[in-house]
Design a protein around this ligand. Structure first.
Ligand SMILES: O=C(O)CCC(=O)C(=O)O
Length: 243
């Protein structure tokens, strides 16, 4: 089975009209990564559904643990009324998320880049998932062999991350993102040429790495409104090199 992946390249034409051309950049086998640029590496189908469920449950558990007693009580009540909630195998991935109102999403980030989200740095993972260390270790060969910092971002159904280049003083030359939950659009926009825009769909279980020229020379954003796709909750596990 072969997958054809393409990027949407948006070009600014005379008179400021947007023209969008679909450009097929690569064709890969089901197991192989796509490589639109040597500094952007995309693995569309990296984690199995079981692995995704474990990663998502462990990440939500981390975020849930630091919320107020009131939210924790509300979630407990919800779970007691929905017995399948305790059974990871029976649950569909999207049903691991509780409805939006059971989470305390922040409306805005201090720098205005993220809307309707929860986030945290992760230095240790919950212990109730024996397979988790092995699943996380599968990411090691995908990035340079150096110490990493981990970060979880949970977007509400209408949450989004606006275009930005990361503060490169706080992290180094690469960033790796694991996508879980709703498929969203990752947009890369050149900081020097506004017509140089690449859109990549990032489905659940996919992993991308951006480094060097893409990391410093392009803004990245996670958009909420991509008409062909539903936009439910999404959680990303972000790894960066430490500075
Ligand atoms: O969630 C993502 O894939 C991107 C996160 C992001 O923009 C960031 O961590 O700087």
């Amino acid at each position: 089975m072969r997958y054809a992946y393409s990027l949407l390249r948006t070009c600014m034409t005379h008179g400021s009209q947007l023209r969008t051309t679909r450009r097929s950049l690569s064709t890969v086998t089901a197991s192989g990564p796509t490589t639109p640029s040597e500094h952007f590496i995309f693995h569309p189908d990296f984690f199995s559904e079981r692995e995704q469920k474990i990663l998502l449950s462990a990440s939500l558990e981390k975020l849930d643990a630091v919320e107020s007693r009131d939210f924790r009580r509300r979630r407990k009540e919800y779970r007691s009324k929905h017995s399948a909630q305790g059974d990871l195998v029976a649950l569909r991935l999207e049903d691991i998320f509780l409805p939006d109102e059971y989470y305390c999403f922040e409306e805005g980030h201090y720098d205005g880049v993220i809307r309707n989200y929860r986030e945290m740095h992760v230095s240790s993972w919950p212990e109730g998932y024996p397979e988790l260390p092995g699943i996380l270790a599968r990411l090691d060969p995908l990035h340079p062999d150096e110490p990493t910092q981990s970060h979880i971002i949970h977007l509400a159904s209408d949450g989004e991350i606006l275009p930005h280049v990361d503060n490169t003083e706080a992290s180094g030359s690469w960033i790796l993102g694991v996508s879980l939950g709703s498929t969203r659009l990752l947009r890369l926009e050149s900081v020097e040429d506004a017509s140089d825009v690449h859109d990549i769909l990032v489905p659940s279980g996919s992993v991308y790495l951006q480094r060097d020229s893409i990391r410093y020379g392009y803004k990245h954003s996670i958009l909420k409104d991509y008409s062909k796709f539903s936009y439910g909750q999404r959680l990303s596990i972000m790894l960066r090199d430490c500075r």
